[in-house]
Write a protein that binds this ligand. Sequence first.
Ligand code: ZN
Ligand code: ZN
Length: 279
Amino acid sequence: MMRDLVDTHCHLEWPTLSRQLEAVLERAQGCGVRQCVTVGTSVESSGAAVTLAQRHPMLHAAVGIHPSDAAAATPDALQGIERLSHDPAVVAIGEIGLDYYRMAAPAARQRDVFGACLDLAHRRGLPVILHCRDAYDETLEVLRAEAWQALRGVVHCASGPPAFIEGMVALGWWISFAGNVTFPNAKALQALVTLVPDDRLVVETDAPFLAPQPVRGRANEPSYVLHTVEALAQLRGRSLDELAALTSANARRLFGLPAAPDPGRDRAAQAGVPGTPAV
Ligand SMILES: [Zn+2]
Ligand SMILES: [Zn+2]
């Protein structure tokens, strides 16, 4: 069986990755990564994410304004995100949320932008990619509101107290673990893994950030999602391929992704020769 991995959260439009994208995607495919969601953090990076996803069958895009970029979320920028959200390459609104750890924008501003983006996800019928740091109670309170009952999405780079993860699972959301779950001192984070039911668990790299343990300190990239799946498989007492298949099926359900493209077809598409088999 061919290994099947989905990286649900990376930033391939980041210059260090986009400059060598062909090589990055080839290494990812070599490790069994079949699809990636590349995630915007501003109107500019969201536009770049959509452009990449239009070019590569294995890439899908998310568009949104990161809480740390909330100060730049003008009405024009929000309208830009809405326009981009209509592109067929877009599978989610994100990353959006609250970050009271960095507090790069005032809390009230973050809340306003988060609300506007949740409203967009609701109107467009798209899942949400949630970024939440040190705003766990407030995020749960926001998402429990009547208005957002129909919204679904994923807690990206899971963290926080067990009650937060349990609360998000109860709301019907998915939970995504990143490379930091592989760190030897990440006991509290590893304990969260057991709180997530089999059908809600997904994985991500958050590349180029947060490279997992064996490659910690290096620039992260989608191929390294394998190390995170390995750690999760160990924590849950499953085989690597079982956990890969499980998390990838979950990711496709969460984002409504098509079946994985054949890697040969992707390379042919990149070379601009449709239908040419890979060599
Ligand atoms: Zn994030
Ligand atoms: Zn991110």
